[in-house]
Write a protein that binds this ligand. Structure first.
Ligand SMILES: [Ca+2]
Ligand SMILES: [Ca+2]
Ligand SMILES: [Ca+2]
Ligand SMILES: [Ca+2]
Length: 461
């Protein structure tokens, strides 16, 4: 086709109009609290997962991007805005689903892009940048007419015997509690046992082993791009198309390019029989899914992303460590729709999902004592303990006494009690030796090279 000058100018004029309309809608999206569709979507393109059998073997080779049912972004978590020095980055990026005749398979990609600015051995890269032994929760909505779960047990406590500040406005009727370190603890599926949606550790609980549920983690990232925030001081930037978004697949920060060995892909198999449905129920009705990453007391990120729950207290202070975020111990209320698997469910909102912008002013922190674990279930891991790297005698301070205790342990003179051994490995090389004692001495002297010394973490017994 030959374009006349007039036709060309009309095309150019309409392109200018289109681009100004697009620019206007982007500006509006930052103001009205809508996540930019380029980075965040739920069932984007109508994708609801595919029919395929995958093997739960700790290799992500059998997963692909056509299975993505929810897309999030990287480095959009509370640590970015408060507590970037801290270990255990919990950053969900994408949720995947597929199924065959017998099983539902869920995958989730987590990212740890802090290697673009942190150095090896710094807090966020400790333990190889891995997700620590913290609770991950897969929430499903299998039958929307069933009672909504409260995320509490029938005696009013939290499911894993301590505070867990997560509740759901969105309907959920199955909660899978598992450790970020696959193989640790006794992961279980919970369902409601009373009209209030509470669960218990007998009829409401199915251990993964009993239910044929399996999950494993691969140290990789299978996504072709890794969009995320780079420089940001304001959690509201997640709503802003024009914020400093980069593709961590190609971006180079002060410490270089991102190595996807720091990212974690989880794959999980749930037999339909354990869910009480079959494959035809899935494709006829659809089910809902969300993955939440927690530190035991509250969530830090979820996919589909819910910024009004995950970032509303990002700038506030954690009760036990004011240098890290109140998102670690606040109450998160999930309001966004779950991602659909098998079919877009009736009444579920299409993407992108409107959300409420997080408050700029942090709410005052109220320190809440953990609930006593009087009803600690046999199927749940033992209660957790707040620990500090470098405090290996439990006197609440990091001092030369701790360095000496580590030297004695290393010299086989006096062994450290089991529960302090993680706290003693301050440089996170899985050894307790003179390097840790020396890092503690550096911490006391205010020198570099102190590893994680002084950083708090949660120990799961
Ligand atoms: Ca696999
Ligand atoms: Ca994220
Ligand atoms: Ca929150
Ligand atoms: Ca939280």
């Amino acid at each position: 086709m030959k374009l006349t000058k007039k036709a060309l100018s009309l095309i150019l004029a309409s392109m200018i109009i289109v681009s100004s309309v697009v620019a206007a809608s982007f500006t509006a999206s930052a103001a009205d609290g809508t996540l930019p569709a380029k980075y965040y979507s739920t069932n984007g393109g109508g994708k609801v997962g595919i029919k395929k059998t995958v093997t739960i073997d700790g290799s992500a080779d059998d997963w692909s991007e056509d299975m993505i049912i929810a897309q999030g972004a990287a480095w959009d978590v509370a640590n970015h805005f408060k507590g970037g020095h801290e270990n255990c980055v919990l950053d969900t990026y994408a949720l995947f689903a597929c199924w065959d005749d017998d099983n539902l398979y869920i995958g989730w990609q987590m990212t740890n892009t802090t290697d673009t600015w942190a150095r090896e051995g710094d807090g966020p890269l400790s333990d190889g940048g891995r997700v620590l032994n913290v609770p991950l929760i897969l929430a499903l909505s299998v039958d929307p007419t069933s009672v909504k779960m409260s995320n509490k047990n029938s005696s009013g406590g939290s499911i894993w015997g301590q505070k867990m500040g997560i509740s759901f406005d969105t309907h959920v009727d199955r909660l899978f509690y598992m450790s970020g370190k696959a193989g640790e603890g006794e992961p279980s599926m919970f369902k409601a046992v009373d009209d209030s949606g509470n669960t218990d550790y007998t009829t409401g609980c199915v251990g993964f082993k009993t239910g044929g549920i399996e999950y494993k983690m691969a140290e990789t990232n299978i996504c072709s791009s890794i969009y995320g925030l780079n420089y940001s001081e304001d959690p509201k930037d997640v709503y802003d198309e024009n914020a400093d978004w980069v593709d961590y697949k190609t971006f180079k920060g002060q410490s270089g390019a991102h190595n996807t060995k720091y990212d974690s892909f989880y794959e999980m198999k749930i037999p339909f029989e354990t869910l009480g449905i079959d494959a035809s129920y899935l494709t006829k009705n659809g089910i809902g899914a969300m993955l939440l990453a927690t530190r035991g007391e509250s969530a830090l990120d979820c996919i589909p992303f819910d910024p009004s729950a995950m970032l509303d207290n990002a700038l506030g202070s954690y009760g036990s460590d004011a240098s890290t975020s109140h998102e670690k111990d606040d109450e998160d209320v999930i309001t966004v729709p779950l991602a659909n698997i098998g079919k877009i469910r009736d009444g579920s909102a299409p993407t992108p999902t409107p959300t409420t912008a997080p408050a700029t002013e942090p709410e005052p922190t109220t320190t809440q004592a953990p609930e006593p674990a009087t009803d600690a279930p046999t199927t749940a891991p033992a209660p957790t303990q707040e620990m500090t790297y470098g405090d290996v005698n439990g006197d609440g301070v990091v001092s030369i006494k701790d360095a000496t205790a580590i030297q004695k342990h290393a010299a086989m003179l006096e062994q450290l009690p089991e529960e302090y051994r993680e706290a003693a490995d301050v440089n996170a090389d899985d050894n307790i030796n003179v390097k840790d004692a020396s890092a503690i001495q550096k911490h006391i002297a205010g020198l570099d090279g102190a590893g994680n010394t002084g950083t708090k973490f949660t120990l799961f017994a």
